[in-house]
Design a protein around this ligand. Structure first.
Ligand SMILES: OC[C@H]1O[C@@H](O)[C@H](O)[C@@H](O)[C@@H]1O
Length: 341
């Protein structure tokens, strides 16, 4: 294992650091302390380097492109209806940063922060831990929050992200990483990428994409990825059956670090990534972050996967508990296992 540290750029006068973890098979990941951004996941296939995720080469590009590309999202990933929720009977209001809801932690979410970083190494793994103390007044959530985001790469080509939250007053904690994948050879579209999700239900959304509380059965619909479907077929079917032009959907999954909640790969069956998560939700989102014209034409080259507790959980019975209590730190883990086939 090897670790590296370099200056990636500057943000508001501060140096932004890029941390790189490299394993014995020359697989590497890089992470920025700006936004807790997962910038690259490069594998070496018979001497050919392939980046499996989308990342950019400067802070300016990240700011121009947006899309939360590879960024850490929190305190709460996804939408909170009416930008409000109750904890112990008390109502709290958070940033209404999209229509009448709050999205991805509000305007000062994790993806806007600069973290402190610490590299560490063991025999068969290396990791980078990003930490930050967030005051309640910084992002308008109750409770001061100490957050740590630890990225680990091991010699088995597995990347794990552990999010730990510790608060002094009850708050919400449902972070994720907004990684975008393209596992195909030419990386121009999703036509040759397949996806499997071990899920039988998705969430119904209202016009603002806020969950209504209802779950919809997937079986027999274009949304059903229980058996692997190519993204090309799924998008064509979605359009034909539903008039749908994108996937931006929340799937209910069974939390497991032993069985993948989802698997994606290229249709030539050369490589795949299994996703493991200890929480009950997976958002998938199709996009073309770099080409506004193609995005408008729904010609996608990127698939975001966001493992988390189901969105808007605090406002719906049975969606899961995202309340973080004082003196009870919580850690959530997402793992991504690359393999060649
Ligand atoms: O912020 C980028 C994207 O993130 C996804 O999680 C949301 O569901 C999309 O609606 C949003 O555009």
């Amino acid at each position: 294992m090897e670790t590296k540290k370099s200056i990636f750029g500057k943000f508001r006068g501060q140096d932004i650091v890029k941390y790189t973890l490299i394993n014995d098979s020359q697989t590497r990941i890089s992470v920025l302390n700006w936004g807790g951004t997962w910038q690259e996941f490069v594998v070496n296939e018979n001497g050919v380097e392939r980046n499996l995720i989308w990342g950019l080469d400067s802070i300016e590009e990240y700011q121009r492109v947006g899309f939360c590309l590879g960024q850490s999202i929190g305190r709460v990933a996804g939408r909170i209806g009416d930008a409000q929720f109750k904890i112990d009977g008390q109502t709290y209001h958070v940033d209404m940063n999209e229509q009448s809801h709050s999205l991805h932690g509000g305007k000062n979410g994790f993806n806007t922060l600069i973290f402190a970083g610490e590299l560490s190494q063991e025999a068969d793994s290396a990791n980078i831990t990003l930490s930050k103390h967030i005051e309640a007044t910084d992002d308008n959530y109750p409770g001061n929050l100490d957050v740590q985001i630890k990225f680990t790469l091991n010699n088995n080509n597995r990347v794990s992200i552990e999010f730990t939250g510790d608060t002094d007053s009850s708050t919400l904690f449902n972070p994720t990483n907004h990684v975008y994948w393209n596992l195909t050879d030419d990386r121009t579209s999703l036509a040759q990428q397949w996806l499997q999700i071990h899920s039988i239900n998705r969430l119904e959304f209202d016009v603002e994409k806020v969950p209504t509380g209802k779950k919809l059965a997937l079986q027999g619909t274009a949304y059903d990825f229980y058996k692997a479907q190519s993204m090309k077929n799924a998008l064509e079917r979605l359009k034909a059956e539903d008039g749908g032009l994108e996937f931006d959907d929340a799937y209910e999954v069974t939390p497991s670090m032993g069985e993948p909640i989802a698997i994606l790969g290229d249709t030539a069956r050369q490589r795949q990534v299994e996703i493991y998560s200890d929480r009950n939700g997976l958002i998938i989102y199709t996009a073309n972050p770099f080409d506004p014209q193609k995005q408008a034409l729904h010609q996608y080259n990127a698939l975001a996967t966001e493992a988390q507790t189901l969105p808007d959980a605090v406002n719906h019975e049975g969606f899961g508990d995202i309340i973080l209590r004082p003196k009870q730190p919580v850690t959530h883990t997402i793992s991504y296992q690359y393999s060649v086939q």
